[in-house]
Design a protein around this ligand. Structure first.
Ligand SMILES: Cc1ncc(COP(=O)(O)O)c(C=O)c1O
Length: 437
């Protein structure tokens, strides 16, 4: 079998001939077994082929695969709204579904524009929101997502994210170790944040987008593709009060942080900030294509009927997978496991950070963890990062990178990962650090 008819536009981190996958493992056709600490980029939170999710998919496929929501409303869709109600803040009681994360971001922006009658959107440096034209315009994590596609839709403005390790104020006054300590104190920094990011946003309201023209501020409560950055909770609280002050809708993009990834069902629970619109995808349906947005009924009622929709969303098989996913997460205590295994992983990585100076920062929440690599001058070290990823893959541990300088390794195992598997991954990583020199 040849892969040469696949479009080269897909960059591939590994060249594995997949045979099958189960739990945290991917098996190739040569009989190798890999620890999958990528989870299909934060998707397979219940593990590969969880038996209860597989059964729900099989049962729904035998019952009905597709019933367009404008024609029939399947039981699985209604059941999904009930399951979501049980895990989301009570205020976010009305749901719209689509297929991919980018589609859900588009939906959130369209809803925000109609609900406010305003045109502009604020996002953050390092953000990733998708690859459609609008979501590309909202994506600032690396130029490769935008190159060759300009001009992009207008009305999008980017403010700095509260990124303590890379904060321009801290960089002038702090050593690498001090910056790592500040970063490690997030999100509960006890109000110690210098407030740079919020100050820049306030300036943006004076210089680039008038508050009365701004429909929404769209933010990832933990920055994903942009480097797995945990902000101080004062940042998210500050965004909430600026939105309240100016009648702007606050939108949390929880595509990557949702469904247990950060050790809570949704990352918003760490700061207690409730957005006006929440975007979800990835972990929602354990790998079946499904995304959605949740908002308050009074906001959703301003969305003109027929002005948004699509053929597939929500696909019935995907909806059934999502119902099973949420039940598995709650009944099998995957959120608690994410918090416990994430803490174990971060403790192990911090020990290695003390030993290996090339690890500049270790940060994260739950099983959304990052190790950032720096060189002897404290500058981003992509070459070392790539070397470590390759060495780990050679020893059957799959890890991905992220960040604008691609010098961050992200650790995102399925949330069924156990303590022995975390220890095994740490052993492989430590050996790679030794070997990389
Ligand atoms: C925070 C965030 N938003 C949106 C998206 C886009 O999702 P999709 O690739 O399903 O369109 C991603 C994908 O990685 C993401 O991480």
């Amino acid at each position: 079998m040849s892969k040469e008819n696949l479009a080269p536009v897909w960059s591939r981190a590994f060249d594995i001939d997949l045979d099958h996958a189960e739990g945290i493992y991917i098996h190739d056709t040569q009989g190798n077994r890999y620890m999958d600490f990528t989870s299909g980029i934060g998707v397979t939170n219940t593990g590969h082929a969880h038996p209860r999710v597989v059964k729900a998919i099989q049962d729904q496929a035998a019952n009905m695969i597709h019933g367009q929501i404008g024609v029939v409303t399947g039981k699985a869709v209604v059941e999904l709204t009930e399951q979501l109600k049980a895990v989301l803040p009570p205020a976010l009681d009305t749901y719209f579904f689509s297929n991919s994360g980018a589609e859900a971001v588009e939906a959130a922006v369209k809803l925000a524009k109609q609900a406010t009658g305003r045109t502009n959107i604020i996002v953050f440096e390092g953000s990733f929101h998708g690859r459609t034209h609008m979501t590309m315009a909202m994506t600032m994590s690396k130029y490769s997502y935008r190159v060759g596609y300009q001009p992009l839709p207008a009305g999008v403005f980017a403010a700095p994210y509260a990124n303590c390790f890379h904060c321009p104020v801290c960089q002038r006054t702090h050593t690498v170790e001090q910056r790592a300590a500040v970063s490690a104190s997030c999100p509960n920094d006890g109000g110690e944040c210098c407030g740079y990011a919020l100050d820049q946003l306030r300036l943006m309201f004076k210089t680039q987008t008038a508050p009365q023209e701004t429909a929404a501020i769209v933010v990832e409560p933990v920055l994903g593709e942009g480097g797995y950055v945990v902000p101080p909770s004062s940042f998210l609280k500050g965004l909430r009060s600026l939105c309240d002050e100016h009648g702007i809708l606050l939108v949390f993009d929880e595509v990557q942080t949702g469904f247990g990834r950060t050790g809570r069902f949704f990352a918003l629970e760490h700061s207690g900030v409730i957005p006006d619109i929440l975007i979800m995808a990835k972990g929602l349906a354990s790998g079946m294509p499904l995304s959605g947005i949740a908002s308050r009924r009074e906001i959703m009622k301003k969305w003109l009927p027929g002005s948004h929709g699509g053929t597939y969303g929500p696909n019935l098989v995907s909806a059934a997978a999502a119902v099973a996913t949420i039940k598995v997460m709650r009944e099998e205590k995957l959120i608690e496991n994410s918090a416990a295994r994430g803490a174990q992983l971060m403790a192990g990585l911090r020990k290695l950070q003390a030993e290996f100076k090339q690890i500049g920062d270790v940060r994260g929440l739950g099983c959304m963890v990052a190790t950032e690599f720096i060189d002897a001058q404290g500058k981003p070290d992509k070459a070392m990062t790539d070397k470590i990823v390759k060495l780990c893959a050679d020893h059957k541990l799959l890890l991905l990178t992220c960040g604008p300088y691609q010098n961050v390794i992200r650790w995102i195992p399925p949330l069924v990962v156990n303590a022995e598997q975390i220890d095994e991954a740490l052993r492989i990583f430590a050996a790679a650090l030794d070997a990389a020199g």
